[in-house]
Design a protein around this ligand. Structure first.
Ligand SMILES: Nc1ncnc2c1ncn2[C@@H]1O[C@H](COP(=O)(O)OP(=O)(O)OP(=O)(O)O)[C@@H](O)[C@H]1O
Length: 325
């Protein structure tokens, strides 16, 4: 892997009126890396992605992509950069009434002069290439079907094939599986990863599920309120370690619960008190909330615990529970 960053974001702040969407973000991505931007709704993931192909410009700081200073580009040079950066979106953004093949072909419009109407208006070489990409994403047999007759997962595969028509060096994916069921989500993420490997693509993909980030990313960059709070390789990283980092930046239990829900771990959590302890944030909670949380055990503190712990963190949980009081 080439170690020169293909994406170099330095101290970028982006404000929209009173809202600070990005707050001093720095991020370097190397060629061939698959980086997952992880964070809650509103944490700045889309805004950061949009900076990477010049759809947004920083209020301050610099964004360098493929050796180009993005904010210095306009017109033809900006279009040329965007041609090297594919983008897939949560809502697929297909033209529903067009065939799958025509949708894929629209990915090549940036390289063709003038408008195109209908399949016949595209060069044969482009049609063959589009069919090849449809084969690659497993949808060759659907080429002549209307796009809106496909499932969500299939539509996202079409959107990926469309992005590949650009021969991109970088693929940006903004919550590509947020509208999909878990099975389709896994399949789409697996496809993105396989294509990235086969075609030596660099991928920056926003997600809000920790599981998916750990399974499919090489590296997780966690955003919180527009700041990078985590930037680490996924190898050897566990879900609880990720949550611990998020737990440290949560300032209230409500915020923590929102984090648990959005990052996809809420279903596994039945005991908030234990979770707070696991996350190491119990000490940061207000005394009032702590009393509320430990109300039951406060009365029983002279006694041995009456329940066996669910797993091996019993001692830690008990001691942190006591420290809440
Ligand atoms: N064009 C805009 N005008 C005003 N505010 C904006 C604009 N784009 C983003 N924001 C604000 O910037 C913040 C970050 O938004 P962003 O869409 O980047 O977050 P996100 O992490 O991608 O969220 P989601 O997961 O919901 O897509 C939010 O407070 C959002 O309301």
């Amino acid at each position: 892997m080439n170690s020169t960053p293909i994406i170099d974001v330095t101290n970028v702040t982006k404000t929209f009126g009173q809202t600070t969407a990005l707050d001093g973000v720095s991020l370097q991505v190397n060629h061939g890396e698959i980086v997952v931007l992880l964070g809650l709704s509103g944490s700045g993931k889309s805004t950061l992605l949009r900076h990477l192909d010049g759809l947004e410009l920083p209020t301050s700081g610099t964004v360098n992509v493929l050796g180009e200073e993005v904010s210095s580009l306009s017109g033809r040079r900006l279009r040329a950069l965007r041609g090297r950066v594919g983008f897939v979106f949560q809502q697929f953004e297909l033209v529903p009434s067009l065939t799958v093949l025509e949708n894929v072909l629209t990915g090549a419009l940036g390289t063709l002069r003038g408008p195109r109407f209908g399949l016949w208006s595209y060069p044969r070489a482009h049609k063959l290439k589009a069919l090849g990409h449809l084969d690659r994403v497993g949808l060759l047999a659907r080429a002549y079907q209307r796009a809106d007759t496909l499932s969500g997962g299939q539509q996202q595969r079409v959107a990926i094939a469309r992005a590949l028509m650009q021969d991109p060096q970088i693929l940006l994916a903004d919550e590509p599986v947020a509208s999909l069921d878990p099975e389709s989500s896994d399949a789409v993420m697996a496809l993105i990863r396989q294509i990235a490997t086969d075609q030596n693509l660099t991928v920056v993909c926003s997600l809000h599920q920790v599981d998916l980030a750990l399974s499919w990313g090489d590296r997780i960059v966690g955003l919180r309120h527009g700041q990078v709070v985590l930037d680490t390789p996924t190898a050897g990283l566990s879900k609880s370690e990720v949550m611990e980092i998020y737990g440290r930046v949560a300032t209230t239990t409500t915020e923590l619960e929102a984090i648990q829900t959005e990052l996809g771990v809420a279903d596994e959590l039945t005991d908030l008190e234990a979770v707070l302890t696991d996350l190491g944030v119990a000490d940061e909670l207000t005394e009032e909330r702590a009393d509320e949380l430990t109300h039951g055990s406060a009365h029983d503190s002279a006694h041995e615990p009456t329940h066996e712990p669910a797993h091996g963190h019993a001692a830690e949980r008990t001691s942190t529970t006591f420290s809440l009081r």
